[in-house]
Design a binder for this molecule. Structure first.
Ligand code: PHE
Length: 453
């Protein structure tokens, strides 16, 4: 009997810091180091960053608090929490979308993370910087287009993710985040110092700091909002799941604000590690997804001690991707453990393996299967599109409506730890009821082509 109870007792974070670091680890990932710099580069720099910051403040922080609150109050996974709060109502579908999004996102996330792992070893061996700068693009294209090698790196990455998640909340996820996140911060600061002290770095710094609003168009605003979701790990039940392991005495509004600020600060620092170097060596800041795999290695070649810094950089990306991937896998794992009464070990291995297998066509679609398209998109892009542009905003919208309207104001304020009389309480409800839903609907309408600018 007592053993049965023990098995059922929900795992919890050991410390408040552990919870904060794990949530920061979830938020800080490829989104910050790979995607944020290149979309900033493509969308005009500082002006884009200002819009992004507004999205984080008005929509990101309120929805993160909503997710933490739902998770902590119910102590359940992404689906179970909605069922518990509104039994017999269809709100639990929000959680199902989340579990589906987790499958899709982790499948291609593992592919890109595999590239980062591989580039870490290529940087260490010196092979990477031996490639002539003008052939860096071809080398990258050749690598990701190869049928076998990227899949082997993806396998290694996914195996590490599974091994951490199998060990559970305290001994796996919390422990690894406690080691990796501080290391990440140190690596990033070293890279920023290197970049901003390069001769000619000033142009890159001003690209990040002096806004040119003429470069900003409506599409850029939509990209900014979509990215705010992805970067803060919202709309997928990740923060509901992590919130469900939080002890009662943690202040959730402070936690949501802290995690969001850390994520944003990290993205800005990543920009500060990249753009000054890109400008200092006269490269193109708008190179797109290849920015860190093509432009940056060429930059490292020209930089004093470039090899050392290239190793640090790819290590940074691999570690950041790992702590995020862990949080993505935990969403379906927590769901399957409750729903089918699977052990953590069984749920993690089965789901992790399925997600890994599902990532293989994504990897192949960039080379061998390049001709195979869905609605005109390659498999990789189609999965990314469905998850990032449809499921995440939809999940965010439903979560905002759920906490803003369905739960009732009193209950929401109570579980969020805010009082009705406070300005923050009022602003939170205002965002969840109106600001977030309206803006998300606009973004989705435009992404789906109902609105064109
Ligand atoms: N926030 C992570 C990143 O920026 C990705 C992520 C998305 C993680 C959704 C969890 C949920 O890379």
């Amino acid at each position: 009997m007592s053993q049965g109870l023990e098995q059922q007792a929900r795992e919890q974070w050991k410390t408040r810091t552990g919870f904060m670091l794990a949530s920061m680890g979830s938020a800080i990932g490829l989104g910050n180091i790979w995607k944020f710099p290149y979309i900033t580069g493509e969308n005009g720099g500082a002006a884009f960053i200002i819009v992004y910051l507004i999205c984080i403040a008005l929509i990101g922080i309120p929805i993160m608090l909503a997710e933490f609150a739902v998770g902590r109050n119910t102590q359940k996974d992404a689906v179970g929490s909605f069922r518990e709060l509104t039994p017999g109502k269809p709100w639990f579908i929000t959680g199902i979308f989340g579990v589906a999004a987790a499958f899709l996102i982790l499948s291609f996330y593992g592919v890109v993370a595999g590239w980062a792992l591989s580039y870490t070893t290529k940087a260490m061996s010196g092979d990477l910087l031996a490639i002539p700068a003008d052939q860096m693009g071809d080398a990258f294209g050749g690598f990701i287009g190869n049928a076998l090698s990227p899949i082997l790196w993806q396998t290694l990455f996914m195996a590490i993710v599974i091994i951490v998640v199998v060990r559970g909340i305290k001994e796996g996820i919390e422990k690894w985040n406690k080691i990796l996140m501080p290391t990440l911060a140190v690596l990033l600061v070293i890279l920023v110092i290197r970049a901003v002290t390069l001769p000619g770095a000033g142009e890159g710094v001003s690209f990040l700091l002096s806004p040119d609003f003429s470069a900003l168009n409506a599409n850029a605003i939509l990209v900014a909002l979509g990215h705010a979701f992805f970067s803060l790990s919202l709309g997928m039940g990740t923060m509901i799941t992590y919130g469900s392991y939080v002890p009662k005495n943690v202040n959730l509004p402070t936690a949501a604000t802290g995690v969001s600020l850390a994520d944003t600060g990290f993205a800005l620092l990543a920009g500060l590690a990249i753009f000054p170097a890109v400008f200092a060596f006269g490269m193109d800041p708008g190179a797109g997804p290849g920015l860190i795999f093509v432009t940056l290695p060429a930059v490292f070649e020209m930089m004093p001690f470039g090899q050392f810094f290239s190793v640090l950089f790819f290590l940074l990306i691999s570690m950041a991707a790992l702590t995020s991937a862990i949080s993505i896998l935990e969403v379906p794992v927590a769901y399957f453990m409750r729903k089918f009464e699977w052990t953590r070990k069984k749920a993690t291995w089965i789901i992790g393996t399925i997600i890994f297998l599902f990532g293989i066509p994504s990897s192949l679609s960039l080379g061998a299967w390049g001709g195979f398209t869905i609605f005109g998109l390659g498999f990789f892009d189609a999965v990314d599109y469905l998850a990032s542009n449809i499921l995440l905003p939809l999940g965010g919208l439903l979560t905002a409506l759920f906490v803003g309207w369905a739960l009732g104001k009193q209950k929401s304020l109570e579980i969020g730890g805010l009082s009705e009389a406070s300005v923050w309480g009022k602003l939170w409800i205002l965002s969840l009821r109106f600001v977030a839903p309206v803006l998300i609907l606009l973004v989705m309408a435009s992404v789906l082509g109902f609105l064109t600018f």
